[in-house]
Design a protein around this ligand. Structure first.
Ligand code: DOR
Ligand code: ZN
Ligand code: ZN
Length: 421
């Protein structure tokens, strides 16, 4: 296939070029390529296919919230060509059977590439290590206890060592459960105003610091999930300066929103870690800009209405993020003057690929033909009724954003194309 006349986002700048794919790979990039099977992409910008290291697909076990098919549909609609799915399924993804099942189902669905993340401990119970070697052999690309932290530091240290022996990294959800103690929002002015129980930054920062200490002492790499605090950004910045092999992610909601929105009591604003304050939001933006925060993930956490249409304290934590991530990131960071297009591609594609050694992440000859085409000038309004994810839970409903994904190509095949209006 030949994709003609798009503005191509390379690591060192944006250039107009034609891209020819063959056998699922990028075969040629040149000012003008002639041939059959050409698609005119004039007016579109093409990014290396987005890679999301942090997605909840909910299958097996919570198919009412999402399943592998609906989640992958949402992924390609959002421009993602590869996603990593978290292990807090039922049964927990802590063994090769579940890893094998997810891979097989994703292959049948045949939309984007799906990489399972295995649990760190059996049943995510924090007691015994999961079957790490068997999961790696079955195709797990990383380990995580996402949804919580491993409470016992000794077990976490062991996990990092075992993970490294099998060439895997731990993706750490950082939360001291004792300190959170049932808190549902950030502790501050808005928790006081609403009467909702707050949790302080230290509940996140203490575990970020712990994981950094382990990585530093053991001389192993570690990845910090969904950073939400200004102080967490600073801990990571200082660790990087000392040469610790720490990488980190944040999500669009942490650089777009503050806890002000909880005053509505809208349970779609309930997420873990919680939305914080303006000084945190600004630090997240700065962290993305100076490279402290390596990548943007969605933490796509789809929930059924039954789990959200309840009082705030009882509602599930999470935001359905796959279908808004690119537009929010482009609008806030690129239009907001924080990052250029190549830097945004680095956060959404290049860095995620490198962090987990996944193939892809850049537009270059010989790389997989994973391409995301977007119209950067299209302004649209987020409407959860249009989501293909089963999770309609978004705090961004009604928000105007720029940048619309028009087509997503995985291994040279069109997996999503927006219907013409
Ligand atoms: O908001 C969240 N939702 N944070 C988590 O850590 C887990 C996730 C989920 O699985 O719903
Ligand atoms: Zn998490
Ligand atoms: Zn998560």
């Amino acid at each position: 296939m030949i994709f003609k006349n798009a503005d191509v986002v390379f690591a060192d700048g944006v250039k107009k070029a034609d891209i020819r794919t063959e056998g699922g790979k990028i075969a040629e990039i040149a000012p003008s390529i002639k041939g059959a099977d050409a698609i005119d992409c004039k007016g579109l910008t093409v990014f290396p296919g987005f890679i999301d290291l942090h997605v909840h697909l909910r299958e097996p076990g919570f198919e009412k919230k999402e399943n592998i098919e609906s989640g992958c549909r949402a992924a390609v609609k959002g421009g993602f060509t590869q996603i990593c799915c978290m292990p807090n399924t039922n049964p927990v993804t802590d063994n090769k059977v579940v890893v094998t099942y997810i891979k097989a189902r994703a292959k049948e669905v045949d939309l984007c590439k799906v990489h399972p993340v295995g649990a760190i401990t059996k049943g995510q119970e924090g007691k015994e290590l999961a079957a790490i070697g068997a999961m790696k052999a079955a195709g797990a690309v990383a380990l995580s206890e996402d949804g919580k932290s491993v409470p016992d530091t000794k077990i976490m240290a062991l996990a990092m060592q075992y993970a490294s022996d099998f060439g895997l990294k731990c993706l750490c959800h950082c939360e001291d459960a004792g300190l959170v103690d049932g808190g549902v929002v950030n502790e501050g002015y808005y928790s006081t105003l609403t009467g909702l129980k707050g949790s302080i930054r230290a509940a996140e920062d203490i575990v970020i610091a712990r994981e950094i200490c382990l990585a530093e002492s053991l001389e192993l790499p570690v990845h910090i999930c969904h950073v939400s605090t200004y102080s967490g950004v600073q801990l990571i910045r200082e660790a990087k300066a000392r040469g610790v092999a720490v990488t980190a992610e944040t999500c669009p909601h942490y650089f777009t929103l503050t806890d002000e929105v909880i005053a509505s009591f809208d349970t779609d604003t309930k997420v873990n870690p919680p939305l914080r304050e303006e000084k945190d939001r600004l630090a997240i933006v700065e962290g993305l800009k100076d490279g402290t925060l390596d990548c943007i993930v969605t933490d796509h956490a789809p929930h059924h209405e039954d789990d959200k249409n309840v009082e705030y304290n009882l509602a599930a934590f999470g935001i359905s993020g796959l279908e808004t991530s690119f537009a929010l990131s482009y609008t806030m960071l690129v239009r907001g003057g924080v990052l250029g297009l190549p830097a945004l591609a680095e956060k959404m594609s290049g860095a995620p690929a490198r962090i987990l050694s996944l193939e892809g992440g850049e537009i270059a000859v010989g790389k997989p033909a994973d391409l995301t085409f977007a119209d950067l000038n299209e302004e649209w309004t987020v409407d959860p009724a249009e989501f293909v994810s089963k999770g309609k839970n978004t705090p961004f409903a009604g928000r105007k954003v720029f940048g619309r994904v028009k087509m997503t190509v995985v291994d040279g095949k069109i997996k999503y194309e927006e219907k013409r209006k």
